[in-house]
Design a protein around this ligand. Structure first.
Ligand code: SF4
Length: 261
């Protein structure tokens, strides 16, 4: 119950900020429009401003359609295949603006990013994506590893001895149980390399809010289900994850899409 309430609150925050961002850009277009038709300007000046205003207007319209598609997709729990493009414009183009607005309004960045992750997960879940185990990549951060462990598992998870002192052994358990690919990354560069090398059709990613949001945007158009990590010892040290949520995400991609996180 707690999860459901939290998740709905999360989605509302991101969508609310997205609407506010659209309004801000809309005001910008109106200002440019005013400048265009104000006197004492040359024709070229007016033409350039008009072109900029039109580009912004088209972007707003696409993002507006995308925003409507996001809200309707979440409400109906069914995707709009034809509106995938505008949905991506709304998510990708306006995300930096959403963050900027959130910063101005002094909203916690992690809350906004969590909200984005929940919106993304909802959109992926309703698409009912089904892939073979060999096409699914489970990506995890190397800070899952016990900080006292001497084995070098980042880059090669097979070096883990599965002693059970940290959740790297749980990753291997999931890999062996479902026959999926697993990668442990020290950062965005190695994560992108895994995606390039393995060419997965879908990704389950465990990370902090910051890495998950950038990872989801980077991986586009590969669908990503993001699970935020648990940080009982603070950021980047001996982190953990919810086994139930990660396994649920794997099962979603491997089944007919009916099992959700
Ligand atoms: S499970 Fe044990 S061997 Fe594997 S990474 Fe964790 S501490 Fe090291």
């Amino acid at each position: 119950m707690y999860d459901v309430v939290q998740i709905h609150t999360h989605k509302r925050l991101f969508i609310g900020l997205l609407v506010a961002s659209l309004l801000v850009v809309g005001l910008l277009v109106l200002s440019i429009w005013f400048l265009v038709f104000s006197p004492e300007r040359s024709m070229i000046y007016k033409f350039v401003l008009l072109a900029v205003a039109l580009v912004l207007l088209v972007t707003i319209m696409l993002a507006g359609i995308g925003l409507t598609a996001i809200v309707l997709t979440i409400i109906r729990a069914r995707p709009f295949a034809l509106l995938q493009g505008p949905t991506r414009v709304a998510l990708n183009t306006f995300f930096p603006l959403v963050l900027m607005l959130g910063r101005l309004l002094k909203i916690d960045m992690n809350r906004i990013k969590n909200s984005f992750i929940e919106v993304n997960n909802s959109l992926v879940r309703v698409m009912q994506i089904s892939v073979a185990p060999g096409q699914l990549l489970l990506l995890a951060p190397h800070c899952l590893q016990n900080s006292a462990c001497v084995h070098k598992v980042a880059g090669n998870v097979n070096n883990c001895r599965q002693c059970g002192q940290c959740m790297v052994s749980d990753l291997l358990q999931l890999r062996d149980r479902y026959g999926i690919m697993v990668g442990m990354a020290t950062g965005g560069t190695l994560a992108r390399k895994y995606v390039q090398d393995y060419r997965p059709k879908a990704i389950v990613a465990i990370a902090c809010e910051r890495d998950l949001t950038s990872g989801i945007l980077d991986a586009n158009p590969v669908p990503v289900l993001g699970v935020t990590n648990l940080r009982p010892h603070g950021p980047c040290q001996d982190t953990q994850f919810s086994f139930r949520r990660v396994e649920g995400a794997i099962q979603y991609f491997l089944s007919d899409g009916s099992d959700h996180i």
